[in-house]
Each structure stands twice: as structure tokens, then as C-alpha cells.
Design a protein around this ligand. Structure first.
Ligand code: HEM
Length: 371
């Protein structure tokens, strides 16, 4: 089966595999945080748009407006935090990822245009005219576009793990106008991200509800409902996660349950989900919502996403290793001058972003009204 994987790129890696992996997984965890806030924020704000319109409820309308206004900004984070892991993944797994991208090429390229269309709709929904019935329909269309983007990503990230399917797919449609079929892992992987997005965005909405400018009634609504959504959807995501695990080949499942590192990751993943559910219950139905609660839930969410990213990486390496592609065997000819320059620029850029965040936090809070 190893023969299905194209021959190795003759250019060696310019830095060790562990360094690429570290950077890849770190930024991917941040990409996933932004993705979850975007997909969940969009699904929730679209549902709230309908409820606000039907009940002519000004609290709901303000809450929806506050969330919808932030989605274009979140999208900028999704995209900018998506590009680096795509580059790192291509460097490490190019032989697999380039091939699967070519095999479903038309859909892979279409992703960019669907994303641009969805992004445009988010701006339209965030504008004042997006309040009311129009906002709901714009939200529905944006959901369709961005859920499709997520599905295309899940499709390619799983097709890259199936060298045995590439040749047949290429023969069937050399133009790449096809999506992979017959892989039981795609749907649970996509659904894992989508179901989880509502819970994680619930935590994001709780954090947003800390903003004074929104008014007390809207703030309380956002904190209560953010917590309730987290309490309801995190257990659903855990169930889908178990389903995703069950659909993996037996060797991969066994590999995931072996070794202290993998089992600790599963422990962290399960513990943070339990914690999020319990805290969500406390915030959603408890006597009062304390300021520390959304902060604690945000930290647990990041821990959960980081553990999931590492487990996903283990699934990829176990699957590809069984098919003759061991990423740790890549030839490395480290170019430390370039690596040092990269880190210098990285630290400088992080410094600038930190400074921008500092300026933002010092801005005076203005009143926000959408109703
Ligand atoms: C609204 C836009 C986006 C959404 C909703 C989204 C969603 C997702 C989802 C659901 C996955 C998980 C796929 C899976 O493995 O099952 C994913 C992975 C990924 N996304 Fe995004 N994404 C978006 C935009 C982007 C963009 C613009 C890029 C890069 C240019 C990007 C790069 C990546 C990469 C590289 C991975 C997986 C990397 C890996 O497995 O190592 N994403 N994204």
C-alpha cells in the first residue's frame, strides 16, 4: 500500500520535524478556537435572529446583534490562523495532502470562493439592515456556506489519510470534480467540530456578556444562555467524539489507547468536557453568574481543544504509518539561520499583536444597541 504514496520530495526539511509539528499544532489549536467561535456564533445568532423577529424581543435582538457584529472579526482570525497550519501540514505531509487536494481539486479550489461568499454574508448580517428577518436569512445562507467549507476541510484531511483510495478516484475523475465517499470517519469528524462549536461559542458569548456597554439585561441573558448552550452541547460533542473514535480502523484505536502520553490526552479531553458541562450547569441555572466562571470555562475550552488537536495528530500519524508513511523519517537539513530569522519575526509580530490587544483593552467602553 506504501506504493500509493508518491516518492519523497528531494528537498530536505529546513528544520526538525518536532519544530514544524510544534508550530503546526499550536497554531492549529488557535485556528480551531476561532473556527468554533465562528461556526457556533453563527448558528446561535441565526437562531436568535429568528426568535427575536418572531417574539419582537429587544433583549434577544441586542444579543444577536452583539454576536453578529463580531463574526467578521472572528473570520479574520479563522483565516489568518488557518494559513500557517496549512503551510506546516503541507511541509510535513505534502506527499499525502497535495495528492488528496489534487484528487478533489475542484472542490478544494471552490473552498476559497465559498469562504469569500460566506464572509461577505457575515458582513451583510452584521450591518444594521441585517437586524430582523433579513438577518435570519443572511445567517442561514452564511451557515450553509461556512458549514460547507468545514465539510470540505474534513473531507480533505481524511482523504489525505487514504492513499489506497487516490488512484481509483483519480481514474474515475481526473479533473478532481469529486468528493471522497465511503469513508466512515468524515461525518463524525465534521459533526464533532460543528456540535462542539455551539458549546464553545456559548463560552465565548458568556465572555462577551461581561462587556458593560451591552446593558444589564442583555448581559445576563448572554451569560445565562451561553452557559446553558455549553452545558447542553459539550456532552453531545463528547458523544460524537466517541463515535469518531469508533469509526477509526482497529490499529489506530489500539494505538490511541497505548502509551502514557495518549492516555493522558484522552484523560485531559474527558476531564475538560466534564468540567465544562458542570460549570455550564452552574452558570446556566445557578443562583448567580460570577465573573470568574466564563474565564475558567474559556481556559477549560482551550485545554480541551489542545488535547483534541494532539489526538487528531496521533490519528493522522498512526493511520499514515500503517500505510508506509512515517513523518519522523523525513530527511532534515536544518538551516538555523533561516529558523532564527523566522523566530525573530514571529516574536516581533506577537509583540505587535500584544500591543494592539493592550490598546483595545484600554479603549473606553461605548454603549452597544442593536434593537
Ligand atoms: C470559515 C472558514 C473555515 C472553517 C469553518 C474551517 C473549519 C475547519 C475544520 C472543521 C477543520 C477540521 C477538519 C478535520 O480534520 O476534520 C479545519 C482544519 C483545518 N483548517 Fe480550517 N476552516 C476555515 C478556514 C480555513 C482557512 C482559510 C485555512 C487556511 C488557509 C484553514 C486551514 C485549516 C487546516 C490547515 C486544517 C487542518 C490542519 C491539520 O489537520 O493539520 N482553514 N478547519
Amino acid at each position: 500500500m506504501g506504493g500509493a504514496i508518491p516518492v519523497v520530495d528531494p528537498i530536505p526539511l529546513p528544520a526538525p520535524v518536532w519544530l514544524f509539528k510544534f508550530l503546526d499544532l499550536l497554531v492549529l489549536a488557535l485556528h480551531f478556537c476561532a473556527v468554533e467561535l465562528l461556526l457556533g456564533g453563527l448558528l446561535i445568532s441565526t437562531a436568535w435572529a429568528l426568535a427575536a423577529y418572531r417574539n419582537q424581543d429587544s433583549v434577544l435582538r441586542n444579543a444577536r446583534g452583539a454576536v453578529a457584529a463580531r463574526l467578521p472579526i472572528v473570520t479574520a482570525f479563522v483565516i489568518n490562523l488557518g494559513v500557517p497550519p496549512l503551510l506546516f501540514t503541507q511541509v510535513l505531509y505534502g506527499r499525502a495532502l497535495y495528492t488528496s487536494s489534487v484528487v478533489m481539486g475542484i472542490f478544494w479550489i471552490a473552498l476559497i470562493f465559498i469562504l469569500m461568499f460566506g464572509y461577505f454574508l457575515l458582513y451583510r448580517a452584521a450591518a444594521p439592515s441585517g437586524n430582523g428577518k433579513l438577518g435570519f436569512w443572511l445567517g442561514v445562507l452564511a451557515c450553509a456556506a461556512l458549514l460547507k467549507v468545514a465539510y470540505l476541510l474534513s473531507s480533505n484531511m481524511t482523504l489525505m489519510l487514504r492513499p489506497e483510495a487516490w488512484l481509483e478516484m483519480y481514474r474515475a475523475n481526473p479533473h478532481g470534480a469529486q468528493l471522497p465517499s465511503g469513508d466512515p470517519t468524515i461525518l463524525p469528524r465534521w459533526l464533532y467540530m460543528v456540535s462542539g462549536s455551539i458549546g464553545i461559542a456559548g463560552v465565548g458569548i458568556m465572555l462577551l456578556g461581561l462587556k458593560r456597554g451591552l446593558g444589564d439585561e442583555v448581559r445576563l441573558f448572554m451569560q445565562r444562555w451561553g452557559a446553558r448552550l455549553a452545558a447542553a452541547f459539550i456532552p453531545i460533542q463528547a458523544g460524537v467524539g466517541y463515535w469518531a473514535f469508533q469509526t477509526q480502523p482497529q490499529g489506530v484505536r489500539e494505538g490511541l489507547l497505548q502509551g502514557a502520553f495518549n492516555t493522558s490526552l484522552i484523560g485531559v479531553w474527558a476531564a475538560t468536557m466534564l468540567l465544562l458541562t458542570l460549570l455550564g450547569l452552574a452558570g446556566g441555572w445557578g443562583a448567580s453568574v460570577r465573573r470568574a466562571l466564563p474565564m475558567a470555562m474559556a481556559a477549560a475550552s482551550f485545554g480541551n481543544i489542545a488535547a483534541m488537536v494532539l489526538l487528531r495528530d496521533a490519528i493522522r500519524d498512526l493511520t499514515l504509518a500503517a500505510k508506509g508513511f512515517d513523518v519522523w523519517q523525513r530527511t532534515v537539513a536544518a538551516n538555523w539561520a533561516i529558523v532564527s530569522l523566522f523566530f525573530f519575526l514571529l516574536v516581533t509580530a506577537i509583540g505587535f499583536v500584544g500591543w494592539m490587544i493592550w490598546v483595545l483593552t484600554r479603549m473606553r467602553e461605548t454603549e452597544e444597541r442593536y434593537a
